[in-house]
Write a protein that binds this ligand. Structure first.
Ligand code: SAM
Length: 296
């Protein structure tokens, strides 16, 4: 760490003035101005000189420069074209950083990994995510089966608690199931609003997701599994039976079969979605093939 680090209020303000940069709320631009938080993120990421890092939204490079100091290579996707000249300037001391001016939701991430990180032993995704699209970013990356070994990501506290939630808790839902299906989730630290410029409206959390060698349960059809887990939480207060009557095509007509499918899967139809474990959802998914009239 030194005075010139980007993640300090003084240097960040100087860069904003130099480039006449105005934050765009619509792009979730809250820049980190605390080097201690960044150090915590880096140490949770287990980065070494053979690690390739993907960053989503480098902003002015506050986290990127610290990643560049520890990793072999950094591949950063930034949507805002106005930040590209700023990054060219702030990251000029680091020859191991590649900035791609693209929307992470539209970019061909696999192709960029093959192009820039193929000689790295391990790939981690480390980011202070734009909060308005945390869920689609994570779901896209996880579902696309990319060669990413783990994620250390900052997000809105409430969303982070959902990723990490256990069955039966208020935050447990289809996002918890999707993340825990692919990864082991762990809370790293809670971050106050004051370490950002401008401060966001909510507190933040850093979560670590470590990719499992195999998903936690065996399902015959992943797409169906995720449709069923989403369907179970359509309306949290409703029973699993009622949620599935609305998820399944012409569910009302097939109520008896839905009941039979639930009971033969050992699920009481009066239970609510939040009480079912991932294993129980897998059971439901794999048992559905016995009921060809039921489709989602
Ligand atoms: N990493 C910087 C930091 O911590 O100071 C900035 C983090 S800021 C919370 C989120 C960044 O993501 C912004 O730079 C924003 O422009 C960028 N961003 C927003 N939407 C994006 C998208 N769809 N694809 C790539 N970058 C995006």
């Amino acid at each position: 760490m030194n005075d010139k680090d980007i993640a300090t209020p003084k240097r960040t303000k100087a860069l904003l003035d130099q480039y006449g940069f105005k934050f765009k709320k619509s792009l979730g631009q809250n820049f980190l101005i605390d080097t201690n938080i960044i150090q915590n993120i880096i140490s949770a990421s287990d980065i070494d000189e053979n690690t390739g890092v993907i960053e989503v939204g480098p902003g002015m490079g506050s986290l990127t420069e610290q990643l560049a100091r520890s990793a072999k290579k950094v591949l950063a996707f930034e949507i805002d074209q106005r930040l590209i000249p700023v990054l060219e300037d702030t990251l000029s001391p680091y020859s191991n950083v590649q900035v791609v001016n693209e929307d992470i939701l539209k970019a061909n991430v696999k192709e960029e990994i093959d192009k820039h990180l193929q000689d790295c032993d391990k790939i981690m995704l480390v980011a202070n995510l734009p909060y308005y699209i945390t869920t689609p970013i994570l779901m896209n990356l996880l579902e696309n089966n990319l060669p990413i070994d783990g994620y250390v990501v900052m997000m809105q506290k409430e969303v982070g608690e959902r990723l990490n939630a256990q069955v039966g808790s208020k935050s447990y839902g289809s996002l918890s199931i999707a993340c825990q299906y692919y990864t082991e989730t762990e809370r790293v630290l809670v971050v106050p609003k004051t370490v950002f410029m401008p401060p966001p409206n909510v507190d933040s959390i850093v979560i670590k997701l470590t990719k499992r060698k195999e998903p936690i349960v065996v399902v015959d059809d992943e797409k169906l599994f995720f449709k069923l887990t989403r369907g179970a939480f359509q309306q949290r207060r409703k029973t699993i039976l009622n949620n599935y009557i609305s998820t399944i095509i012409e569910g009302k007509m097939h109520k008896e079969e839905i009941l039979e499918w639930l009971t033969t899967s050992n699920i009481d139809p009066k239970r609510r979605g939040e009480t079912l474990t991932i294993q129980e959802y897998a059971q439901l998914c794999n048992n559905l093939k016995k009921y060809p009239n039921l489709s989602v």
